[in-house]
Design a protein around this ligand. Sequence first.
Ligand code: PMP
Length: 427
Amino acid sequence: MTRASLLERRDRALGAGAQLFYTTPLTIVRGEGVCLFDDEGRRYVDMYNNVPCVGHGHPRVAEAMARQQGLLNVHNRYLHEGIVAFAERLSALHGPAIESVVFCCSGTEANEVAIRMARFATGRRGIVCTNATYHGNSELVGSLTRVGAGRPANPEARAFPFPEKLRPPAPGLSDDALTEAFLEKLGEAIAQLEAAGVGLAALIVCSIFANEGLPDAPRGFMGRAARMVREAGGVVIADEVQAGYGRTGRWWGYGVTEFSPDIVVTGKPMGAGLPLAATAASRSLVEGFRAKTRYFNTFASTPLQAAVGMTVLDIIEDERLIENAAKVGGALKAALAERKPRCARIGDVRGHGLFIGIEMVKDGGDNSPDRAAAIDLVDRLKEKGFLTSNAGAFGNVVKIRPPLTFAMSDAEAFLEAFDATLADIDG
Ligand code: PMP
């Protein structure tokens, strides 16, 4: 079957508008480790997918999935030691403030649970988020996407500008002054919610501002922001759907940006492809939520989720994948940063561990975002066998976020292709 005919069938079967990556889409049929293979047997290095955090087709994940499915998989209204043990292990990966877990099937659901939990705990409704975030696609959580930027306004949500250094509110500000400037904006958002009579229930942020484009927040911002939110009576929700599970070279993104959340949301990599997400918090927050909702989720908190989730944690620890993310990601980021002075279109290289953003800008020295250049680079890298994508507030950040098994040799091969691609672009 040709790609064109599959595209046509897809448009009919899924409805036109279902998203596809790359100007010329890829037909992927198999994955192994950090590699994906297309229908013609061509091998690509996957530098995008964080769901298969332990690598595509990991035999231990496949074995755990098959074994548990063959033994037992039921909804969660029976006692099951595996589920309890998984929740205990997950909580223990945080500080003592995180004690209990509500399991879900997607990041969206887990964020929805987190927001409702915060609302029950505070008795208030208002949510503050950044102005370029994405936390999911339900009506409530989706209403936080680009709040105030042309979408119907959610009267119970306010955005503040995401903290960053590349395009500061005024030139030449020190880290401390930048922190103050962004805190002032956060304070204004909280005050607006209070003035509107809804009050502050929660701040929800991706701990490393992934969808905003991985900006470098001024040091100390998130710690101060969390304090401001608590002083205003709100709860701090860390969305670790992208930032967590070792991605940054630490277990949690909030360790990188140095704050302590009240509620932690995890998703994508937890089940290595099995739908598995979680909202973790203090016992009192979780019990406050359970008391008000009698929350039940057919496919969440099952023996299958627990068995696979446990295996993913085992692999991350046994294969020392967090150390790998820190080492390989650190080296790759440094090597990419070395290339910045050689290429005027690279405005910035940022990131943490195996999550790196290359910000593409227009010539002119004013860091004007160049989305077309990012898309072009992504397409060209794909042709050379390396899969990335573009993201960020302006869509101009080349996003590098491979499975955590990405090796130094993969980074070296990528750098070679990256240099060749830049040379192609320069003609
Ligand atoms: N939070 C963040 C930070 C995300 O990036 C995403 C998805 N990209 C979500 C939540 C939503 O997760 P899901 O697609 O599993 O609903």
